[in-house]
Write a protein that binds this ligand. Structure first.
Ligand SMILES: [Zn+2]
Length: 135
């Protein structure tokens, strides 16, 4: 696929991934799930990754569909060439609503913050899907 006028490689890739991920999630969960914004980020500390801001996704969905969801999550990371140390869902505090899915290649300063926690929910607003511990 060549460049469409006004669209760079990265933006066309993002648009394609946003649409594809949303479609696959809808098929998997059987409800209208929205991926309202797909962002690639870099932080001053050295962390980088992708954020998918979601509407309509619940923690229950993560638990029930985890194996299938993980396949989609991994596909997105490899398609956007992100090698996440951690993949997690950020919840709206005090609720079961998933605000975003996050793929993050952790810097050495932020890594301990995640490594300290235990289980699927190291913090009440985090649901861990994947975490690669350093040896
Ligand atoms: Zn960091």
């Amino acid at each position: 696929m060549g460049n469409i006028c006004g669209e760079s490689m990265i933006t066309s890739k993002l648009l394609k991934n946003r649409a594809g991920f949303e479609e696959n999630l809808r098929k998997l969960i059987g409800r209208p799930i929205l991926l309202i914004e797909l962002d690639v980020f870099a932080l001053p500390c050295g962390c980088s990754g992708i954020t998918a801001n979601m509407r309509g996704l619940e923690v229950d969905d993560l638990e029930v569909f985890e194996p299938q969801l993980m396949a989609l999550v991994k596909e997105m990371a490899s398609s956007l060439e992100v090698k996440p140390t951690v993949t997690f869902a950020r919840l709206v505090p005090g609720s079961s609503i998933v605000a975003s899915l996050n793929w993050r290649a952790l810097c050495s300063r932020c890594y301990p913050e995640f490594a300290r926690g235990e289980g699927k929910m190291p913090r009440p607003d985090l649901y861990l899907l994947q975490f690669e511990r350093r040896k």
